[in-house]
Design a binder for this molecule. Sequence first.
Ligand SMILES: Nc1ncnc2c1ncn2[C@@H]1O[C@H](COP(=O)(O)OP(=O)(O)OP(=O)(O)O)[C@@H](O)[C@H]1O
Length: 256
Amino acid sequence: MILDAKKLTFQYGQMRVLHEVDLTIEPGITAIVGPNAAGKSTLMKCLGGILKGDGQVSLDGEDIAQWPTMQTAQRIGYLPQDFAPQAILTVFETILLGRLNTLGWQVSDDDIERVETMLAEMHLEEIGQRRLDQLSGGQAQLVAIAQALVREPEVLLLDEPTSNLDLRRQFEVLSFVREWTRQKEAASVVAIHDLNLAARFADRIVVMSEGQVHSQGVPAAVLTREMIAEVYSVASHVVVEDGETYIHVTGTLPAQ
Ligand SMILES: Nc1ncnc2c1ncn2[C@@H]1O[C@H](COP(=O)(O)OP(=O)(O)OP(=O)(O)O)[C@@H](O)[C@H]1O
């Protein structure tokens, strides 16, 4: 399973935000990091076929622009940054909706079972019958992730999935996504601001800066104080201990 972007260029009106991005996404977790407005969300939308720019996005050699929308949604799961819950649905119904592409409007026992399993695995059973407008922001975010996962896509694109979550939930969700990704031999692409979380959970990191790939590779190779100074203009200490990378922002700005 390889998701490949070739010379991906995208502009909103006259403003070009992606410049000939070449990127190969392999099975495992890829974290997309970079400053605000670097083009991360736009890149995710192009990879998911939500936006169509110039250049090509292909999954296992097939140009996704040629696929019917249903096929793209089935094979490439996409969770937007600004997931807006449909208030009239319950948590259970919302997650079940994730299965509907594959089944027309028929709901089978297998689908119900998968939703129940997902609720259990994500510790959401207690709120299964609650309406979405009665959830906290973090709970709604977990439901959105569950809806994307229950579809069992080959590629999962999560745009800032942990932004509303407390510390423990951030770890739980990313551990769950990592486990799911390994089990299914899928590829997950996670746009995320927290470099320490990216270091801990990602197999590879792609640094976006001003609409281009600044650098990419394994966390320890990419997350250097030089990269952080260059891309974020922030001074930091980067410590690698027992194969884990830890970033301490020193709170000072490097000389311009
Ligand atoms: N729908 C839109 N119409 C016009 N410009 C847009 C639109 N969406 C994003 N932009 C612009 O495109 C650029 C890249 O935005 P994008 O959301 O891809 O960045 P990002 O790296 O995800 O940022 P953040 O970390 O703040 O979420 C920004 O300058 C943004 O203002």
